[in-house]
Ligand binder design. Structure first.
Ligand code: PEP
Ligand code: MG
Length: 323
Protein backbone atom coordinates (compact mmCIF):
# COMPACT_ATOMS: atom_id res chain seq x y z
CA UNK A 1 0.00 0.00 0.00
CA UNK A 2 2.87 2.33 0.91
CA UNK A 3 4.48 1.63 -2.48
CA UNK A 4 1.17 2.27 -4.27
CA UNK A 5 0.74 5.60 -2.48
CA UNK A 6 4.26 6.66 -3.43
CA UNK A 7 3.57 5.90 -7.08
CA UNK A 8 0.33 7.84 -6.93
CA UNK A 9 2.16 10.79 -5.33
CA UNK A 10 4.77 10.67 -8.07
CA UNK A 11 2.06 10.68 -10.74
CA UNK A 12 0.34 13.66 -9.07
CA UNK A 13 3.60 15.60 -8.89
CA UNK A 14 4.15 15.15 -12.61
CA UNK A 15 0.78 16.74 -13.45
CA UNK A 16 0.86 20.37 -14.61
CA UNK A 17 -0.24 23.17 -12.27
CA UNK A 18 -3.48 23.84 -14.13
CA UNK A 19 -6.56 25.22 -12.40
CA UNK A 20 -9.86 23.34 -12.70
CA UNK A 21 -10.74 25.61 -15.64
CA UNK A 22 -7.45 24.93 -17.40
CA UNK A 23 -5.34 27.99 -16.59
CA UNK A 24 -1.73 26.83 -16.53
CA UNK A 25 1.02 28.16 -14.24
CA UNK A 26 4.64 27.22 -14.95
CA UNK A 27 6.39 25.68 -11.95
CA UNK A 28 10.11 26.22 -11.48
CA UNK A 29 12.60 25.16 -8.85
CA UNK A 30 15.01 27.42 -6.98
CA UNK A 31 18.20 25.38 -7.08
CA UNK A 32 21.87 26.25 -7.43
CA UNK A 33 23.62 22.95 -8.09
CA UNK A 34 23.15 20.41 -10.89
CA UNK A 35 23.10 17.68 -8.21
CA UNK A 36 19.82 19.13 -6.92
CA UNK A 37 18.10 18.76 -10.31
CA UNK A 38 16.96 15.11 -10.02
CA UNK A 39 15.17 15.80 -6.72
CA UNK A 40 13.58 18.97 -8.14
CA UNK A 41 12.32 17.05 -11.18
CA UNK A 42 10.97 14.26 -8.97
CA UNK A 43 8.97 16.88 -7.04
CA UNK A 44 7.43 18.07 -10.30
CA UNK A 45 9.61 21.03 -11.33
CA UNK A 46 9.19 22.01 -14.99
CA UNK A 47 12.38 24.04 -15.08
CA UNK A 48 14.65 26.16 -12.91
CA UNK A 49 13.15 29.58 -12.21
CA UNK A 50 16.02 30.81 -10.09
CA UNK A 51 19.62 29.62 -10.07
CA UNK A 52 21.43 31.91 -7.65
CA UNK A 53 25.06 32.23 -8.72
CA UNK A 54 26.34 33.68 -5.45
CA UNK A 55 27.33 30.21 -4.23
CA UNK A 56 30.04 30.14 -6.92
CA UNK A 57 31.61 33.23 -5.38
CA UNK A 58 31.21 32.65 -1.64
CA UNK A 59 33.58 30.81 0.67
CA UNK A 60 36.57 30.87 -1.56
CA UNK A 61 39.88 32.74 -1.72
CA UNK A 62 39.59 34.10 -5.27
CA UNK A 63 36.96 34.81 -7.89
CA UNK A 64 35.73 31.81 -9.90
CA UNK A 65 37.08 31.96 -13.46
CA UNK A 66 34.99 32.19 -16.60
CA UNK A 67 35.74 28.48 -17.11
CA UNK A 68 34.58 27.54 -13.57
CA UNK A 69 31.33 29.37 -14.17
CA UNK A 70 30.81 27.92 -17.64
CA UNK A 71 31.17 24.41 -16.22
CA UNK A 72 28.58 25.12 -13.51
CA UNK A 73 26.04 26.59 -15.95
CA UNK A 74 26.52 23.77 -18.44
CA UNK A 75 26.18 21.13 -15.76
CA UNK A 76 22.86 22.61 -14.64
CA UNK A 77 21.61 22.91 -18.21
CA UNK A 78 22.50 19.29 -18.87
CA UNK A 79 20.84 18.14 -15.66
CA UNK A 80 17.65 19.95 -16.67
CA UNK A 81 17.58 18.55 -20.20
CA UNK A 82 15.54 20.71 -22.54
CA UNK A 83 13.71 22.49 -19.73
CA UNK A 84 13.99 26.25 -19.20
CA UNK A 85 16.74 27.45 -16.87
CA UNK A 86 16.82 30.99 -15.47
CA UNK A 87 20.25 31.94 -14.17
CA UNK A 88 20.55 35.04 -12.04
CA UNK A 89 23.64 37.22 -12.41
CA UNK A 90 25.65 37.70 -9.26
CA UNK A 91 23.70 39.35 -6.44
CA UNK A 92 26.18 40.22 -3.77
CA UNK A 93 26.74 43.20 -1.57
CA UNK A 94 28.38 44.49 1.56
CA UNK A 95 26.46 42.13 3.85
CA UNK A 96 28.67 39.26 2.57
CA UNK A 97 32.31 38.75 3.49
CA UNK A 98 34.08 38.07 0.18
CA UNK A 99 37.73 38.93 0.76
CA UNK A 100 38.87 39.05 -2.88
CA UNK A 101 36.11 41.52 -3.84
CA UNK A 102 37.31 44.21 -1.45
CA UNK A 103 33.79 45.43 -0.83
CA UNK A 104 33.77 48.62 1.22
CA UNK A 105 32.09 48.42 4.62
CA UNK A 106 28.68 50.08 4.48
CA UNK A 107 26.39 51.19 7.29
CA UNK A 108 23.35 49.78 5.45
CA UNK A 109 24.52 47.12 3.02
CA UNK A 110 20.98 46.26 1.92
CA UNK A 111 20.71 49.88 0.78
CA UNK A 112 24.19 49.91 -0.65
CA UNK A 113 26.20 48.67 -3.60
CA UNK A 114 24.63 45.27 -4.26
CA UNK A 115 23.15 43.38 -7.22
CA UNK A 116 23.02 45.37 -10.45
CA UNK A 117 24.77 48.28 -8.75
CA UNK A 118 27.82 46.15 -8.07
CA UNK A 119 27.75 44.49 -11.52
CA UNK A 120 27.72 47.89 -13.20
CA UNK A 121 30.66 49.13 -11.12
CA UNK A 122 32.74 45.96 -11.47
CA UNK A 123 33.08 44.84 -15.11
CA UNK A 124 35.69 42.30 -13.99
CA UNK A 125 32.77 40.47 -12.33
CA UNK A 126 30.09 41.07 -14.95
CA UNK A 127 32.05 40.34 -18.12
CA UNK A 128 33.38 36.85 -17.27
CA UNK A 129 29.96 35.87 -15.97
CA UNK A 130 28.24 36.96 -19.17
CA UNK A 131 30.92 35.26 -21.27
CA UNK A 132 30.40 32.01 -19.35
CA UNK A 133 26.63 32.27 -19.86
CA UNK A 134 26.93 32.94 -23.59
CA UNK A 135 29.37 30.03 -23.93
CA UNK A 136 26.71 27.78 -22.42
CA UNK A 137 24.12 29.29 -24.79
CA UNK A 138 26.43 28.65 -27.75
CA UNK A 139 26.46 24.97 -26.74
CA UNK A 140 22.69 24.96 -27.07
CA UNK A 141 21.76 25.35 -23.40
CA UNK A 142 18.23 26.73 -23.02
CA UNK A 143 19.11 29.50 -20.58
CA UNK A 144 17.76 32.91 -19.68
CA UNK A 145 19.65 35.44 -17.61
CA UNK A 146 18.21 37.84 -15.10
CA UNK A 147 19.71 40.82 -13.35
CA UNK A 148 19.08 41.40 -9.64
CA UNK A 149 18.17 44.59 -7.76
CA UNK A 150 17.23 46.71 -10.76
CA UNK A 151 15.86 50.07 -9.63
CA UNK A 152 15.82 52.11 -12.86
CA UNK A 153 15.67 51.98 -16.64
CA UNK A 154 19.24 53.20 -17.25
CA UNK A 155 20.66 50.33 -15.16
CA UNK A 156 18.79 47.80 -17.25
CA UNK A 157 19.77 49.47 -20.52
CA UNK A 158 23.44 49.54 -19.51
CA UNK A 159 23.41 45.85 -18.55
CA UNK A 160 21.67 44.91 -21.79
CA UNK A 161 24.24 46.86 -23.77
CA UNK A 162 27.10 45.00 -22.14
CA UNK A 163 25.37 41.67 -22.75
CA UNK A 164 24.70 42.58 -26.38
CA UNK A 165 28.31 43.57 -26.98
CA UNK A 166 29.63 40.33 -25.47
CA UNK A 167 27.14 38.25 -27.41
CA UNK A 168 28.21 39.90 -30.68
CA UNK A 169 31.93 39.41 -29.92
CA UNK A 170 31.29 35.74 -29.18
CA UNK A 171 28.86 35.18 -32.05
CA UNK A 172 26.54 33.58 -29.49
CA UNK A 173 22.78 33.17 -29.92
CA UNK A 174 20.40 35.62 -28.30
CA UNK A 175 19.06 34.56 -24.94
CA UNK A 176 16.16 36.12 -23.02
CA UNK A 177 17.39 38.84 -20.65
CA UNK A 178 15.09 39.50 -17.72
CA UNK A 179 15.16 41.32 -14.43
CA UNK A 180 14.25 40.75 -10.84
CA UNK A 181 11.53 43.02 -9.53
CA UNK A 182 12.46 43.38 -5.89
CA UNK A 183 12.49 47.10 -5.22
CA UNK A 184 9.33 49.24 -5.18
CA UNK A 185 10.77 51.62 -7.80
CA UNK A 186 11.01 48.74 -10.27
CA UNK A 187 7.45 47.57 -9.57
CA UNK A 188 6.13 51.11 -10.00
CA UNK A 189 8.02 51.52 -13.28
CA UNK A 190 7.21 48.01 -14.52
CA UNK A 191 5.45 49.34 -17.60
CA UNK A 192 8.61 51.15 -18.71
CA UNK A 193 11.07 48.45 -17.66
CA UNK A 194 9.04 45.89 -19.60
CA UNK A 195 10.04 47.61 -22.83
CA UNK A 196 13.65 46.56 -22.24
CA UNK A 197 13.26 43.27 -20.36
CA UNK A 198 12.19 39.95 -21.86
CA UNK A 199 10.63 38.79 -18.60
CA UNK A 200 10.27 39.68 -14.93
CA UNK A 201 10.77 37.57 -11.84
CA UNK A 202 9.49 39.13 -8.63
CA UNK A 203 11.78 38.64 -5.64
CA UNK A 204 9.22 38.95 -2.89
CA UNK A 205 11.80 38.49 -0.12
CA UNK A 206 13.50 41.75 -1.01
CA UNK A 207 10.35 43.43 -2.31
CA UNK A 208 8.81 42.89 1.14
CA UNK A 209 11.93 44.15 2.91
CA UNK A 210 12.06 47.34 0.84
CA UNK A 211 8.32 48.00 0.81
CA UNK A 212 7.76 47.53 4.53
CA UNK A 213 11.16 48.92 5.60
CA UNK A 214 11.84 45.72 7.54
CA UNK A 215 15.35 44.27 7.42
CA UNK A 216 14.73 40.74 6.17
CA UNK A 217 17.21 39.40 8.73
CA UNK A 218 15.71 41.13 11.76
CA UNK A 219 14.35 38.32 13.99
CA UNK A 220 12.16 40.65 16.06
CA UNK A 221 10.27 41.89 13.00
CA UNK A 222 10.20 38.57 11.14
CA UNK A 223 6.48 37.91 11.84
CA UNK A 224 5.60 41.29 10.32
CA UNK A 225 7.77 40.81 7.23
CA UNK A 226 4.93 39.03 5.45
CA UNK A 227 4.88 39.13 1.65
CA UNK A 228 1.08 38.97 1.76
CA UNK A 229 0.96 42.55 3.05
CA UNK A 230 -1.54 44.36 0.80
CA UNK A 231 1.09 46.96 -0.17
CA UNK A 232 3.36 44.19 -1.49
CA UNK A 233 0.40 42.63 -3.30
CA UNK A 234 -0.41 46.00 -4.88
CA UNK A 235 3.15 46.23 -6.20
CA UNK A 236 2.88 42.69 -7.59
CA UNK A 237 -0.38 43.65 -9.31
CA UNK A 238 1.33 46.72 -10.82
CA UNK A 239 4.21 44.56 -12.02
CA UNK A 240 1.89 42.08 -13.73
CA UNK A 241 0.00 44.91 -15.41
CA UNK A 242 3.19 46.52 -16.73
CA UNK A 243 4.62 43.23 -17.95
CA UNK A 244 1.48 41.99 -19.67
CA UNK A 245 0.99 45.34 -21.42
CA UNK A 246 4.19 44.47 -23.31
CA UNK A 247 3.58 40.74 -23.67
CA UNK A 248 6.22 39.77 -21.08
CA UNK A 249 5.79 36.92 -18.64
CA UNK A 250 6.06 37.45 -14.88
CA UNK A 251 7.25 34.93 -12.32
CA UNK A 252 7.64 35.02 -8.57
CA UNK A 253 10.75 33.40 -7.09
CA UNK A 254 10.56 34.69 -3.49
CA UNK A 255 9.47 32.49 -0.61
CA UNK A 256 5.76 33.28 -0.90
CA UNK A 257 5.64 31.38 -4.23
CA UNK A 258 6.10 28.15 -2.26
CA UNK A 259 3.23 28.83 0.17
CA UNK A 260 0.08 27.13 -1.19
CA UNK A 261 -2.25 29.96 -0.13
CA UNK A 262 0.23 32.55 -1.45
CA UNK A 263 0.59 30.65 -4.73
CA UNK A 264 -3.19 30.76 -5.24
CA UNK A 265 -3.25 34.47 -4.53
CA UNK A 266 -0.35 35.16 -6.90
CA UNK A 267 -2.14 33.20 -9.60
CA UNK A 268 -5.22 35.34 -8.99
CA UNK A 269 -3.03 38.43 -9.39
CA UNK A 270 -2.04 37.21 -12.87
CA UNK A 271 1.45 35.81 -12.27
CA UNK A 272 2.51 33.32 -14.99
CA UNK A 273 5.22 31.32 -13.25
CA UNK A 274 6.10 30.34 -9.68
CA UNK A 275 9.55 29.17 -8.69
CA UNK A 276 10.25 27.70 -5.27
CA UNK A 277 12.32 25.38 -3.18
CA UNK A 278 11.68 21.87 -4.59
CA UNK A 279 10.03 20.39 -1.51
CA UNK A 280 7.24 23.00 -1.74
CA UNK A 281 6.22 22.03 -5.28
CA UNK A 282 3.74 19.18 -4.62
CA UNK A 283 1.57 21.19 -2.22
CA UNK A 284 1.55 24.24 -4.51
CA UNK A 285 0.53 22.12 -7.50
CA UNK A 286 -2.23 20.48 -5.47
CA UNK A 287 -3.55 23.90 -4.37
CA UNK A 288 -3.65 25.28 -7.91
CA UNK A 289 -5.20 22.11 -9.31
CA UNK A 290 -7.99 22.43 -6.74
CA UNK A 291 -9.14 25.95 -7.64
CA UNK A 292 -10.71 27.78 -10.57
CA UNK A 293 -9.08 30.94 -11.90
CA UNK A 294 -12.09 33.24 -11.29
CA UNK A 295 -12.12 32.13 -7.62
CA UNK A 296 -8.45 33.00 -7.30
CA UNK A 297 -9.01 36.34 -9.01
CA UNK A 298 -11.82 37.11 -6.57
CA UNK A 299 -9.53 36.15 -3.70
CA UNK A 300 -6.82 38.49 -5.04
CA UNK A 301 -9.33 41.35 -5.30
CA UNK A 302 -10.40 40.85 -1.72
CA UNK A 303 -6.79 40.56 -0.50
CA UNK A 304 -5.85 43.88 -2.15
CA UNK A 305 -8.60 45.57 -0.10
CA UNK A 306 -7.40 44.26 3.29
CA UNK A 307 -5.57 46.39 5.84
CA UNK A 308 -2.73 44.01 6.75
CA UNK A 309 -1.20 40.62 6.03
CA UNK A 310 -3.02 38.92 8.92
CA UNK A 311 -6.34 39.90 7.38
CA UNK A 312 -5.17 38.56 4.03
CA UNK A 313 -4.16 35.25 5.62
CA UNK A 314 -7.50 35.06 7.40
CA UNK A 315 -9.14 34.86 3.97
CA UNK A 316 -7.81 31.28 3.80
CA UNK A 317 -10.32 30.36 6.53
CA UNK A 318 -13.19 32.09 4.79
CA UNK A 319 -15.71 29.45 3.63
CA UNK A 320 -16.09 31.39 0.37
CA UNK A 321 -12.39 30.82 -0.41
CA UNK A 322 -11.50 27.31 -1.55
CA UNK A 323 -8.11 26.30 -0.18
C1 PEP B 1 14.05 37.61 -3.36
O1 PEP B 1 14.56 38.68 -3.01
O2 PEP B 1 12.84 37.32 -3.16
C2 PEP B 1 14.85 36.60 -4.07
C3 PEP B 1 14.30 35.53 -4.63
O3 PEP B 1 16.21 36.78 -4.09
P1 PEP B 1 17.14 36.52 -2.81
O4 PEP B 1 16.30 35.80 -1.77
O5 PEP B 1 18.28 35.73 -3.33
O6 PEP B 1 17.51 37.90 -2.39
MG1 MG C 1 16.50 39.27 -3.67
Amino acid sequence: AEEGRRELDAAARALPAATTDGHRIEIGANINLAEQAPFALAQGAEGVGLMRTEFLFLERAESPTEEDQYQAYRAMAEAMGDRPLVIRALDIGGDKQVSYLDLPREENPFLGVRGARLLLRRPELLVPQLRALYRAARDGARISVMFPMITSEPELIALRETAGRIRAEMKAPEIPLGIMIEVPSAALLADRLARHADFFSIGTNDLTQYTLAIDRQNPVLAPEADSLHPAVLALIAATVKGAHAHGRWVGVCGGIAGDPFGAGLLTGLGVDELSMTPRDIPAVKARLRGAALPELQALAERALAMTDADQVRALALDPQVAS
